[in-house]
Design a binder for this molecule. Structure first.
Ligand code: AG3
Length: 281
């Protein structure tokens, strides 16, 4: 491969993914991580943090829709939403599509990620002026600790991989802190890596740790994501007095906004796990 290809090597998994790039638009070492923006030949703009692909114009809808809509259509009446990480604002944009949501607070430790989204991903930040949206730049774990008990309906953890800075966001101790601030019927969603690579490790541990933190039900929903390791990704939901394997089917079918990937049928399909995952989870 020559210099006109960006490659993310998943050294832990012995594989790699490449995109043909036409320009490097930005590169900086922020206070927390190395941030790079590229233009690609066929995937639009590309954002990379510490060598890991975060998103491209072309396929981020898959991840952002699946990180938000399944949980929002599972909760009986989600009004107060918190996003930990998610500085590119792609998840925020999807959450704000729900008219019943009254307030969404996004807490990303690195404000340069949001700055970069404002520069190069205008479609993701277009609803940031919504009066229901609050953007904070601080440590999400600390914010959760200082948050009032039983005051949140949905927590979405849109983090990087569980190695390095985001490691603490995948631990039982953090899930306990999230459980405390959730109201009855509340849901925690965590991006949960590749079903192919991580079902027996990260995903399985997530279920164990979420249950140990007090959540009664857990579910992993796989979905395609071409630019992430293995091309197949997942989110894992945990419910506090809420069955995360059941969703408001009629409301999801009649949703008052457009989506590119999410539908009630896709949601149902994502809840049906292949046997190799069923055996483990
Ligand atoms: N969150 C990152 C998911 C992990 C990707 N991992 C990787 N490329 N090795 C994405 C942020 C989008 N809001």
């Amino acid at each position: 491969l020559d210099a006109s290809w960006f490659t993310e090597a998943f050294t832990r998994c012995g594989s790699a993914f490449s995109l043909k790039i036409t320009a490097k638009l930005h590169e900086e070492q922020t206070q927390y991580q190395k941030l790079a923006i590229y233009d690609t030949e066929t995937y639009g703009k590309l954002m990379v943090l510490d060598g890991c692909v975060m998103l491209t114009d072309r396929d981020n809808f898959l991840y952002h829709e699946m990180m938000s809509h399944p949980a929002l259509f599972t909760h009986a009446r989600p009004r107060r939403v918190v996003i930990i990480g998610g500085g590119d604002c792609g998840t925020l944009k999807e959450v704000l599509k729900h008219p019943g949501v009254e307030k969404v607070t996004q807490i990303d430790i690195d404000e340069r990620v949001t700055w970069a989204a404002e520069q190069w991903f205008p479609a993701l930040v277009e609803s940031n002026q919504d009066p229901r949206a609050e953007l904070l730049f601080e440590d999400g774990v600390k914010w959760v600790d200082e948050c009032e008990e039983a005051s949140v309906d949905l927590i979405i953890v849109d983090s990087t991989d569980p190695v390095g800075p985001a490691e603490g966001l995948f631990k039982v101790d953090f899930f306990k802190r999230c459980f405390r601030i959730l109201r009855e019927g509340g849901i925690l969603v965590q991006q949960s890596e590749s079903p192919l690579y991580h079902t027996h490790s990260i995903i399985k541990e997530l279920h164990t740790d979420m249950q140990a933190a007090g959540f009664q039900t857990t579910a992993t929903l796989p979905f395609p994501q071409p630019v992430y390791p293995s091309g197949w990704w997942s989110c894992t939901m945990a419910g506090k007095e809420c069955n995360v394997k059941q969703f408001r089917d009629a409301d999801a079918s009649a949703r008052p906004f457009d989506t590119e990937y999410y539908s009630a049928d896709i949601h149902r399909g994502a809840l049906a796990l292949p046997p190799f995952m069923q055996r483990v989870l």
